[in-house]
Every structure is written in structure tokens, then in C-alpha cells.
Write a new protein. Structure first.
Length: 992
């Protein structure tokens, strides 16, 4: 009773000290807890014996003694029950903490995978001229960007959970540091991804917008050039008598020259890496050839009819003049016949055919270009806004076609009049052919427009139906996923497992019913992909793939869960049978081990080499059986713990716990006995050879490990690299720790072996090695083993010192690199905040004059706010220099980050100072004291200027002269002078 009371006191003391387990080292806490649990299993019998014996003594004792003993027994039982209860609660709490930790690690890993996916997508280089790639990437980036708010909430939850887990989770300090660093790296990675995704989305949208403007401008220039080329070809026919007035055309062409050259240059730049699509490539080639043809025709016309060249100022012609030239083609004053198909013999007989041919050519070219543009237009299938926008464009194009119908009718009327006025059959045939051709072309374009409009309306209807079906499919996918999320690990009782199997089968049944929703969405998607394959179907394809992938994943999880539950059901039925079988084998193995252990402790056993070999053979058979049953033991223990967790608090749990503790105790004792038997058997006289080989193997292993440790150098140049080195070295140290018992055991075995050798009386060695007596051979063996043991011990200590020194360097580098990373992140955040303000600045020319002073004050305030950043920049640079002095070469990423931060800081300073200068100049030139409003008081060629002494004067750019008086005042003076000249001075005097 005294021993049991002492054990209870120690257990109570431990439970009292560890009421807050977080204050204890987790490994030590778990070890103590395990020891107490083992102690409870071993003392169950003691408690029963104490109670039974106590009852017998009470019955045989006096009333007073019985009362005292009864009180002591009651106190012991109460304390025993309280200790058992508290230990059960501690064990339950430990398991809950393990589950929380496991869930946290799973969520953290899933979040890290999402960050890596987002980072990979954002880092894919863009092809500015590849519209398909840009739209695909935009869809991917948009989907990720839309997840940012949700992911931010998840990260917040991870940080909150992580703060609790890192304090209370049952993990080692190394694992705790690793998990904490991973969470910190995740937060840093999140900052990067949350900044990159919106920037990437904006960049892609800008590329798409720029590409759309490029194609729109390309189409506009083609529409503009086509009638001009037709007109110039007519003027340039050899039978034209000119000269023609082409000055207006030359001015317009020169005005458009920068636009054409810019578009061609931009096209070459956009499609430098990847060739353009066939429609865009053809349009660029058409524009280049049209432009060359127009410039060539103009040169020929100028050479044929020399005249004054247009002024360079004409290049600045306004866009409105250009539009007028496009929409109202020039009509030639002279008559001509089409160069292409009009026979020259008709020119003299029917001169009016020239005007008809020119009008016909212009309208035909416009229809051809319109048809090409229409065929090149593509729409995003499934995007209602894009489809509606295209329908509006088609409607506008139809209206434009209807507006040009009078032009067609006038052309037909003119043709009919020509046919009526001429009797030339050839001319009538040509006119009829051309009218039929242009009518056919007109009808084809109109039919194409109407068909396309109808197709777009059908596409709008089909896309709407598909989107509705898609939402229903996504809804059932969400419902199924929500049910999956509600599944949690529960009790492993037969009833609970059967209930879970029923729930799983019900969900599988629901999935079969919901399959119709997914099938409808797939059918409608296939219809869109089939019927509108000429348009952009990537959105439909991508969304359909995502839905089907999610649906397949849900089916897979349900099937896997159903299989796992059925397997668990079989396990619950089979576990008791397997446990009984294993315990029976343990009993037999214990008996065999006891027999072998008794045999190994017999006197003078080591002198009987034959007996030793026989016992070694029996031990090997026993050890073989133990190794063969190792997996069985682990499976039983693992499955038993699962079942035990689910039976927490029940009578079955107590019974199962007792049986598992009994199994673990017997298994542990059996392994100890086996190792003890081996150590005794290996102490035979022939053991020196095995010891020699073991020492040699250890020396080789130590050398390999030392080389491996040396290869881990040098220290990496950034935090992730050093963190990886730290993880590698932690694994290396764990390997050393695992090997330490083997090394210590081998050295101890050598020491014992050398101590027990009969080397007394060996005073000298024989000179001939081959004739050495057994005593000297034994002495040589002793010397060899002792030398090898000393080498192993020395190399072991050396390796541990090397490892400790390397860990010290890693810890120092981690601390410095962590400090550098935190400093760079802080500086980057502050710079980005300032850059956001800088990015919101409007051009100074767009600001209201009254707001200039306010903007100036705000920029000066920003300059004051960013002034402390200079210390941050200096601090970051100092940290980088300190790392260099420690022999740590910074990685290219860190170097580029430092360069980027320094460059951004300098650019920010320059931008702020430049902004202040511009605002000062604008305030000076346009503020209350300026005279800027008077600059509009004159018109070209006059310009108002201010002299250095602030006196206004006026410049005439035509005559290159200046004057102090306002031009209008000068005109007024001149007008008054002329009036005075009409009335002589004497007449004025008489009148007066």
C-alpha cells in the first residue's frame, strides 16, 4: 500500500504541475503521460488486490481499526479514480489537439497549393498579339482574383488557428518552428499574390483593349484607303486628259501617314514573337499594299502634272476632314472608262461610262471590305454582354447598309439611263453585267448580315439557357460538396459505421438524381460548341470542364468513402479475432524467449562455441518471428487506437484499453528480452571479428556523414533556401540521434569485450608474425579494437561538433535573412502605398486651375510622409552588407529585390520633385497672378507672349515680326486712318 500510495502521490503531483500543458515541453509531457497510462494498466491488479486484502483484514479487525483501514482504502480509491479520470481527460484533450493540428496542416497545405497555382499562372509570359492566349489568361486570372476576398478570410482563419495550434499542439519544438515558418512564408506569399493578380488582370485587359483598338484602327484605315486608291487609278489611266485637283487627296494622305506607319510598326511589334492570325495578317498585308499603291499613284500623278506640293502643316489635318473624305468620295470632272474591264473602244462612243465605272468601283470595294470585316468578327459564346454588344454592332452595320442603299439605287438608275441613251450593245452588256454583279454582292452582304444577326439572337437564347443550366449544375455540385464537408470522423462503433454507410449510400442516390442537371448543362454546352464553333467557345469549354471535373471528384470521394466505411465495418468484425490470435502468439513467444534467456545465463556458456551457435540459431528464429509480426502489431495498435478514440468514455473503451496496454507491454518486454539474449550471445570469443567489422562500418558511415555535412555548405542567399538547408540539417541531426544508440552500444560492447579478455601475463611479442602465440594474437586483437573504438569515438565527437557549428551558422543566417525579408517587405509595402498615390495623379494639364494649390500642398505632404523611407532604404542596404560580411552571397532574387526597391525609391523621389516643379510652374503660369487667359485673345498666325520684364507682346508667324500693340488694335488704328483720309482736315473744320 505504501508503494502504491507513493505512486499516486507522484501522479497527482504531475497532474497538478501540468494543468497547463503548454508550459511543458510537449515531448516530455507526452512521455510522462504515457508512463502514467502504462502505470495505470500495470496497477489495475494492485488496486483489486489491495481492496480484496483490505476487506479481509477489515473483517478480521476490531471496529476502530476497521474504520481507520476503511477510511484509508476509501481515500486511496477516490484518489485512484480521480487520477484515472484526469488521465483519460488529458488523453482525450491530446487527441483533440492532434485532430486540430491535422486539420490546420491540411488547410494550410491546400492554401499553399492555391498560392503556387496563382503564382504560376501570373508568371506565364503574355503574348500581346495573341488574342486567344490573352483571353484565356484573363479568364484564369479573373477566376483567381475573384477568389481573393474568400482566400483572405481563409488566411485570417489560418492565422488565428495557427496562433492557438503553435502554442498548444502536441509537437516538438523543431516541428513547431517549421510550422511557424511555413505560416509566415504563406503570409508573405499571400502579400505577393494578392498584389500580382490585380496587376496581371489590369495588364491583360490593357493588352486586349490595345489589341481591339489596333484592329479597329486597321479596319478604319482599310476602309479609308480603298476608295482613294480606286479614284487615283482612274486619274492615272493613260487616256485621261487632266490635270486633276489632287491637292486635297495629298493632304489627307499625308495626314494619315503617321497613322498608317504606326499601325504597320505596331503590327510588326505585336506579331514579332508569334505570327498573326490569318485575318489580321491579311489585313496588314492589304494595308501595306494599299498604302504603297496610293503613294505610288500620287507620285506618278505629280510627275505627270507637276504642281505645288502641299504644305507640311497639312499633315495636321483634323480627323473630321479625313472622315469627310472617306464618306464622300471625290467625283471626277472628266469622264473615263474602267481600266479593268471597260473596253477602250467604248470611251469615245460612251464617255459617261467613266462616272458610272468610278461609282461602281467605289461601292464594290466598300462592300468587299465590309464583307471581310464581318467574316473576321468573333464573339465570346456564353458571354451575354459580348453577344448583345455584337448584336448592336450588327444592327448599326445594317443601318449603314440601308443608308447606302440610295447610292445603289442611284447607280442602278444611272445605269438604266445610260443603257437607254446608248445603242452600243457592248456598252449595254458591260453595264448590265456590272449592275447584276453589284446587286448580287449587295444581296450577299445583306443576307450575311441578316443571317449573322439571326445567328447571334439564337446564340443569345442558347447561351441564356446554358447559363441557367450551368447555375443549376453548379448548385447541385455545391450541395453535394456541402454534404461532403459535413462528413467528419466519428465513433467506430458498429451502429455508427452502419449509419455512415447509410448516409453515404443516400448521397450516392442523390448524385444519381442530380446527374440530370449536369447532363443538361453538358448537352447545352455541346450544342454551343457544335453550332458556334466558328466563334470563341473557350469560356463554355473551360466552365464545362470545371463542372465535370468537380462532379467527377465528388463521385470519387463518395465511392472512396463508401469503400473505406465498408472496410472499417469489416475491421470492427475482424479486429477482436486478430487481437486474440496475436496475444496467443505473444504468449508462445514469451515462453520461447524465457527459455532462451535462461540458457544464455548458464555458466561457462561462452566456452561452448557449438552451444552458442545453436542458441544463436534459435534466437534468429525467434527474432524472425518478431520481425514478421511487427506489421501485425502496428496494424493492431493503430486500428485499436482508432476504435478506442470512438469508444471514449464507455465500458467497452476501458476493456479495450486494458487489452491494448497488455499487448503493448508484452510486445515491449519481448523485444527487450530478444535484445538481451543477443547481447549475451554476441559476447562469445569469436565476436571480435564482428566487432571489428561493425567498427569499420561505423567509421565509413561517419566519414560519409561528415562529407554529406560538408556538401551542405555554403549558406544560401535567401530565406527559403536557408530554411530548406535548415530542414535538411534537422533531418541530418535526427539521423545522428537515431544512430547514436547504435554507436554507443557498439562502443560499450567493445569495452566489455576488451575488459573480459584474459590478457594478463603477456609481457612481450614474438618477432615472427606467423608464429605468434594465442596470447599475443589476442593482444593484437585488443590493440586493433581499442584503436578502432577510439577512432569511432573521436570521429563521432568531431561530427557532432561539425553539426553544431553548421547549425549555429544556419540559425544566424536565418535570423539575419528573416530580418532582411521583414525589412524589405515593410519597405515594399510603404513604397506601394506611396506609388498608389502617385498613380492616382492626374496630368497637370487636366487639373482645374483653382485646385492647383491644393494639389501642390498634397504632394508636399506626401514628400514629408515618404522622407522617413530613406532610413528604411538605408536599413535594408545595411542588412544586405552585413550578410555579405558574414560570407553569405545573396541570391539573384534578393539582389533584384534590393535593386528594385532602391530604384523605386529613387524614381518616387524624382516623381515627387518633378510633380512639385510642374505644379509650381502651372501655378505660376495659370494661377491668379498669371495672364494665361489673354492667350486666347489672338488667333493664328498671331501669338501672345510675355517678355522677361512681364510686358506682353505679339508675334506674327507669317511675317516673322513682333509688335507691342494688339493686332485688333492695330487694325482699328489703320481703319481709323483710312476714315480720316476720306475727310480732309478743312472740311472737318467747316462742319464743326
Amino acid at each position: 500500500m505504501k508503494i502504491f500510495n507513493q505512486w499516486l502521490t507522484e501522479a497527482e503531483h504531475f497532474l497538478k504541475k501540468t494543468q497547463i500543458p503548454e508550459n511543458w515541453e510537449h515531448a516530455k509531457y507526452k512521455w510522462y503521460l504515457k508512463e502514467l497510462q502504462d502505470g495505470i494498466g500495470q496497477r489495475q491488479t494492485v488496486v483489486r488486490v489491495l481492496n480484496a486484502t483490505g476487506e479481509e483484514i477489515i473483517q478480521q479487525s476490531s471496529k476502530i481499526d476497521a474504520s481507520i483501514l476503511q477510511e484509508k482504502l476509501g481515500s486511496l480509491n477516490l484518489r485512484w479514480q480521480e487520477v484515472c479520470k484526469q488521465l483519460a481527460e488529458r488523453k482525450k484533450r491530446l487527441e483533440e489537439q492532434k485532430n486540430i493540428l491535422s486539420e490546420f496542416q491540411r488547410d494550410l497545405n491546400e492554401f499553399v497549393l492555391w498560392l503556387e497555382e496563382a503564382d504560376n499562372i501570373s508568371s506565364i509570359p503574355l503574348e500581346p498579339g495573341n488574342e486567344q492566349q490573352l483571353k484565356e489568361k484573363l479568364e484564369e486570372v479573373k477566376l483567381l482574383a475573384e477568389e481573393l476576398p474568400l482566400r483572405q478570410g481563409i488566411l485570417k482563419q489560418l492565422n488565428e488557428t495557427g496562433g492557438t495550434v503553435l502554442v498548444s499542439a502536441p509537437i516538438s519544438p523543431e516541428e513547431q518552428d517549421k510550422l511557424e515558418n511555413k505560416l509566415k512564408q504563406t503570409n508573405l506569399h499571400w502579400i505577393k499574390v494578392s498584389r500580382i493578380l490585380p496587376e496581371k488582370q489590369g495588364e491583360i485587359e490593357a493588352h486586349i483593349k490595345d489589341l481591339g483598338q489596333f484592329e479597329e484602327q486597321l479596319n478604319h484605315l482599310l476602309l479609308w484607303l480603298s476608295p482613294i486608291r480606286s479614284q487615283l487609278e482612274i486619274y492615272n489611266q493613260p487616256n485621261q486628259t487632266g490635270p486633276f485637283d489632287i491637292k486635297e487627296t495629298e493632304v489627307a494622305v499625308q495626314a494619315k501617314q503617321p497613322d498608317v506607319e504606326g499601325i504597320l510598326s505596331k503590327g510588326q511589334h505585336l506579331y514579332k514573337e508569334k505570327p498573326a492570325t490569318e485575318p489580321v495578317k491579311r489585313k496588314l498585308e492589304d494595308l501595306s499594299s494599299e498604302w504603297k499603291a496610293v503613294t505610288h499613284l500620287l507620285q506618278e500623278l505629280r510627275a505627270k502634272w507637276p504642281g505645288p506640293a502641299p504644305e507640311l502643316t497639312a499633315i495636321g489635318a483634323s480627323p473630321s476632314q479625313t472622315v469627310a473624305l472617306v464618306t464622300q468620295p471625290v467625283v471626277a470632272k472628266e469622264t473615263a472608262v474602267s481600266k479593268l474591264e471597260m473596253p477602250s473602244s467604248l470611251l469615245l462612243e460612251v464617255p459617261a461610262l467613266a462616272d458610272f465605272n468610278r461609282a461602281w468601283t467605289e461601292l464594290t470595294d466598300w462592300l468587299s471590305l465590309l464583307d471581310r470585316v464581318l467574316k473576321a468578327q468573333r464573339v465570346m459564346v456564353g458571354d451575354l454582354e459580348d453577344i448583345k454588344e455584337m448584336i448592336i454592332k450588327q444592327k448599326a452595320t445594317l443601318q449603314d447598309l440601308d443608308q447606302r442603299r440610295p447610292q445603289l439605287e442611284e447607280l442602278i438608275t444611272a445605269a438604266q439611263n445610260l443603257k437607254n441613251k446608248t445603242s452600243n450593245q457592248e456598252a449595254r452588256t458591260v453595264i448590265t453585267d456590272r449592275i447584276e454583279r453589284i446587286q448580287s454582292q449587295w444581296d450577299e452582304v445583306q443576307e450575311h448580315l441578316q443571317n449573322r444577326r439571326q445567328q447571334l439572337n439564337e446564340m443569345l437564347k442558347d447561351s441564356t439557357q446554358w447559363l441557367e443550366a450551368k447555375e443549376e449544375a453548379e448548385q447541385v455540385v455545391g450541395q453535394a460538396r456541402a454534404k461532403l464537408e459535413t462528413w467528419k470522423e466519428g465513433p467506430y462503433t458498429m451502429d455508427a459505421i452502419q449509419r455512415k454507410i447509410t448516409e453515404t449510400k443516400q448521397l450516392a442516390k442523390d448524385l444519381r438524381q442530380w446527374q440530370i442537371n449536369v447532363d443538361v448543362a453538358n448537352d447545352l454546352a455541346l450544342k454551343l460548341l457544335r453550332d458556334y464553333s466558328a466563334d470563341d467557345t473557350r469560356k463554355v469549354h473551360m466552365i464545362t470542364e470545371n463542372i465535370n471535373a468537380s462532379w467527377a471528384s465528388i463521385h470519387k470521394r463518395v465511392n472512396e468513402r463508401e469503400t473505406a466505411l465498408e472496410e472499417t465495418h469489416r475491421l470492427l468484425q475482424q479486429f477482436p479475432l486478430d487481437l486474440e490470435k496475436f496475444l496467443a502468439w505473444l504468449t508462445e513467444a514469451e515462453t520461447t524467449a524465457n527459455v532462451l534467456q535462461d540458457a544464455t545465463h548458464k555458466e561457462r556458456l561462452l566456452e561452448d562455441s557449438k552451444g552458442v551457435r545453436e542458441l544463436m540459431k534459435q534466437w534468429q528464429e525467434l527474432q524472425g518471428e518478431i520481425e514478421a509480426h511487427t506489421d501485425i502489431y502496428h496494424n493492431l495498435d493503430e486500428n485499436g487506437q482508432k476504435i478506442l478514440r470512438s469508444l471514449e468514455g464507455s465500458d467497452d473503451a476501458v476493456l479495450l484499453q486494458r487489452r491494448l496496454d497488455n499487448m503493448n507491454f508484452k510486445w515491449s518486454e519481448l523485444r527487450k528480452k530478444s535484445l538481451n539474449i543477443r547481447s549475451h550471445l554476441e559476447a562469445s570469443s569469436d565476436q571480435w571479428k564482428r566487432l571489428h567489422l561493425s567498427l569499420q562500418e561505423l567509421l565509413v558511415w561517419l566519414q560519409l556523414k561528415d562529407d554529406e555535412l560538408s556538401r551542405q555548405a555554403p549558406i544560401g542567399g535567401d530565406f527559403p533556401a536557408v530554411q530548406k538547408q535548415n530542414d535538411i540539417h534537422r533531418a541530418f541531426k535526427r539521423e545522428l540521434k537515431t544512430k547514436e544508440p547504435v554507436i554507443m552500444s557498439t562502443l560499450e560492447t567493445v569495452r566489455i569485450f576488451l575488459t573480459e579478455q584474459p590478457l594478463e601475463g603477456l609481457e612481450k611479442l614474438y618477432q615472427e608474425p606467423r608464429e605468434l602465440p594465442p596470447e599475443e594474437k589476442a593482444q593484437n586483437v585488443t590493440r586493433l579494437l581499442r584503436k578502432q573504438a577510439e577512432e569511432v569515438n573521436t570521429e563521432w565527437e568531431k561530427l557532432n561538433l561539425h553539426s553544431a557549428d553548421w547549425q549555429r551558422k544556419i540559425d544566424e543566417a536565418l535570423e539575419r535573412l528573416q530580418e532582411l525579408q521583414e525589412a524589405t517587405d515593410e519597405l515594399d509595402l510603404k513604397l506601394r502605398q506611396a506609388e498608389v498615390i502617385k498613380g492616382s495623379w492626374q496630368p497637370v494639364g487636366d487639373l482645374l486651375i483653382d485646385s492647383l494649390q491644393d494639389h501642390l500642398e498634397k504632394v508636399k505632404a506626401l514628400r514629408g510622409e515618404i522622407a522617413p523611407l530613406k532610413e528604411n532604404v538605408s536599413h535594408v542596404n545595411d542588412l544586405a552588407r552585413q550578410l555579405t560580411t558574414l560570407g553569405i552571397q545573396l541570391s539573384p532574387y534578393n539582389l533584384s529585390t534590393l535593386e528594385d526597391l532602391n530604384t523605386r525609391w529613387k524614381l518616387l523621389q524624382v516623381a515627387v520633385e518633378d510633380r512639385i516643379r510642374q505644379l509650381h510652374e502651372a501655378h505660376r503660369d495659370f494661377g491668379p497672378a498669371s495672364q494665361h487667359f489673354l492667350s486666347t485673345s489672338v488667333q493664328g498666325p498671331w501669338e501672345r507672349a510675355i517678355s522677361p520684364n512681364k510686358v506682353p507682346y505679339y508675334i506674327n508667324h507669317e511675317t516673322q515680326t513682333t509688335c507691342w500693340d494688339h493686332p485688333k488694335m492695330t487694325e482699328l488704328y489703320q481703319s481709323l486712318g483710312k476714315d480720316m483720309a476720306i475727310f480732309p482736315p478743312d472740311e472737318m473744320t467747316d462742319d464743326s
